[in-house]
Design a protein around this ligand. Structure first.
Ligand code: TMP
Length: 211
């Protein structure tokens, strides 16, 4: 049996991941492909508990290295108990964020060394990478306006705009490192325009993968 494809969706706050994940889901399932939709941090009961620890606002300052290790602890659990078993059964996996978010948020955002993150990436993933990553790219200001209109802000969403500017740069750095994996979409356009671009690109990729 062919292993499934692993697709991730990335972007800064308020970029419209949920709406576009729904579109991607519909396009993949229209081809009768069994799909698992999941998210990081989280995706298993244990990893969801780690997510709560990470997102909850607290008095105590969160040490950046502790944050990084928790992100990868959740990832190890999620990858080994959900993502890899599904891929090995031939299912496809669509994941809302993955390790590019760690390079962007903990690396570029918090200022932790890229090499440290690469070492943990190797320890946890052993070379396993997404087959395709959709990066929804938007002006940080517009994204934050959208996100703050939604609900109460979590610990990450409460960061200053400069933090998210660094995160956005971090994502672009990753695109430079792995251009063949990334598909970058200007998410500042209208929803219809964004979805037309995603649909065209994804259908093209699906044709290649399914031929
Ligand atoms: P979400 O809001 O997209 O569900 O993601 C939760 C937050 O977790 C988001 O603000 C980004 C952050 N995050 C990291 O800082 N590092 C990571 O590796 C991941 C996956 C998420």
């Amino acid at each position: 049996m062919q292993p499934g494809k692993f697709i991730t969706v990335e972007g800064t706050e308020g970029v419209g991941k949920s709406t576009n994940i729904e579109l991607i889901k519909n396009l993949i399932e229209a081809r009768n492909i069994e799909l698992v939709i999941t998210r990081e941090p989280g995706g298993t009961p244990l990893a969801e508990e780690i997510r709560e620890l990470l997102l909850e606002k607290r008095e105590e300052k969160f040490d950046p290295t502790a944050e990084l290790l928790l992100v990868f602890a959740a990832r190890a659990q999620h990858l080994n108990t959900v993502i890899l078993p599904a891929l090995n059964e031939g299912k496809w996996v669509l994941c809302d964020r993955f390790t590019d978010a760690t390079f962007a948020y903990q690396g570029a955002g918090r200022g932790l060394p890229w090499d440290t993150i690469s070492e943990l990436e190797q320890l946890v993933q052993k070379g396993r990478q997404p087959d395709m990553t959709l990066l929804l790219d938007i002006s940080v200001r517009i994204g934050l306006e959208r996100a703050s209109a939604r609900a109460e802000l979590d610990r990450f969403e409460s960061e200053k705009i400069e933090f998210f500017e660094r995160v956005r740069q971090g994502y672009h750095e990753r695109v430079k490192q792995r251009p063949e994996i990334f598909f970058v979409v200007d998410a500042g356009k209208s929803l219809e325009q964004v979805q037309t671009v995603i649909e065209r690109q994804l259908e093209h990729q699906l044709d290649l993968w399914c031929s």
